[in-house]
Design a protein around this ligand. Structure first.
Ligand SMILES: *Cc1c(COP(=O)(O)O)cnc(C)c1O
Length: 384
């Protein structure tokens, strides 16, 4: 089986290697929304802070064609799109996206986490989906422009943030099957609260035996809507059984763990070492996953990127060799896993509660993101 060494790891510029936001933001000039949300609507959104429900006053756009490259970079009012019913994205799912957050620090400044990594990942996804790449500095500039226009939407509540959703769609009205000759890049934003409303709650995970999210040579390593579409039915079936999320196994042998529909996985061993599934080409390389590996290595802990067989894991859960498991991604940061089950088995992870390694990593990473701790890896980029 291939291991991470066969694959090119995503690297992008660190925050220190990027030009300052004030210099970049002008690349997407602002036409202010003449009818921004009124005080009451704004208050309602900022008090509720549900995930991905309400959106800010503005959005960023740019258009690409093979002849002209990227043009029409702009920040304007948040509004519905005008799209031909024949737009390629609606038929053949030529689409990619990203997800980042803007965090308000104590002094009022606004920062984001590893935008250079997300820029590089969006371009890796673009290559797989035969979409045009966007220069990394344009990607960061688009975030800076939107957050500058919508700064009032960055919550100051502890644990809350402004979720940023860059995405790229094939807009060309053409039903033939080939990469589209007209593409749109957009960024929208949604104020969101802390993922765990009732504190740090372990989730219960269903391991899917019949459905897979990605196969060898497919799109598993790209952040694209199609992978999420593939995860919806298994997710719904798991939900009916009372489970919050699905863990997918590899499609070739149905024997080792890959990831959840939108989060990577880690297991914590009794001796304090950790393992996470290798980047085999069928899982998505998370920025949170990479940051966690670096934090653990900084602390002198052993982390292995490895093949995690389900059978082996089940016996390690029974014997107490594996004491904690967690999922990770931008939205929830870290999610403790309290229980793992499949068609004819059921296992409690540790004592079913959030363990100290999971809790410690969550606190360390969020402290860096909210500016309460130094940032030795230059992950934080100041937007406003
Ligand atoms: C976005 C995503 C993740 C998490 O990536 P982060 O960069 O940590 O947010 C993991 N798996 C899938 C399938 C994803 O789409």
């Amino acid at each position: 089986m291939s291991t991470s060494s066969d694959l090119e790891l995503l690297t992008g510029p660190t925050a220190a290697e990027l030009p300052p936001a004030a210099e970049l933001a002008g690349r997407f000039p602002l036409t202010a929304n003449p009818a921004p949300a009124d005080a009451e609507t704004y208050r309602r959104c900022m008090d509720a802070l549900a995930f991905g429900v309400s959106f800010t006053d503005h959005m960023v756009r740019a258009t690409w064609t093979p002849q002209s490259g990227w043009r029409g970079r702009r920040t304007g009012p948040y509004e519905p799109l005008t799209l031909s019913p024949a737009a390629a994205v609606l038929h053949y799912a030529q689409e990619i996206f990203e997800g980042l957050k803007a965090y308000r620090h104590q002094d009022g400044s606004v920062w984001t986490f590893r935008p250079g990594f997300n820029a590089a990942r969006m371009n890796a996804s673009a290559r797989r989906l035969a979409l045009p790449e966007l220069p990394e500095e344009d990607f960061v500039a688009s975030l800076a422009a939107l957050v500058a226009a919508d700064e009032r939407w960055v919550p100051a509540t502890p644990g809350a943030s402004l979720y940023l959703r860059p995405f790229m769609i094939a807009t060309e009205p053409f039903l033939g099957v080939r990469p589209a000759h007209e593409v749109e890049y957009l960024v929208i934003a949604s104020p969101v609260g802390p993922y765990f409303v009732n504190g740090f709650q372990p989730v219960e995970i269903w391991v899917s035996q019949h459905h897979h999210r990605a196969g060898a040579g497919g799109m598993g390593a790209a952040k694209t809507g199609g992978n999420y579409a593939a995860s919806l039915l298994p997710q719904q079936e798991a939900g009916e059984k009372g489970f919050a999320q699905v863990c997918f196994l590899d499609a070739a042998t149905n024997s080792y763990l890959e990831e959840l529909g939108g989060m990577n996985l880690f297991v914590v061993h009794r001796d304090g070492s950790l393992r996470t599934p290798s980047l085999t080409g069928t899982i998505l390389e998370g920025g949170t996953r990479g940051a966690i590996i670096e934090l653990l290595r900084d602390a002198g802990r052993e982390v292995r990127e490895d093949t995690i067989y389900l059978d082996e894991l089940r016996s390690q859960l029974r014997s107490g060799e594996v004491v904690e498991m967690f999922a990770c991604g931008t939205a929830a940061v870290l999610t403790p896993i309290g229980r793992l089950a499949g068609a004819d088995w059921d296992a409690v992870v540790g004592d079913g509660a959030a363990g100290p390694v999971t809790t410690g990593l969550y606190e360390e990473l969020t402290a860096i993101q909210y500016g309460r701790r130094p940032d030795p890896h230059d992950w934080m980029y100041r937007l406003v």
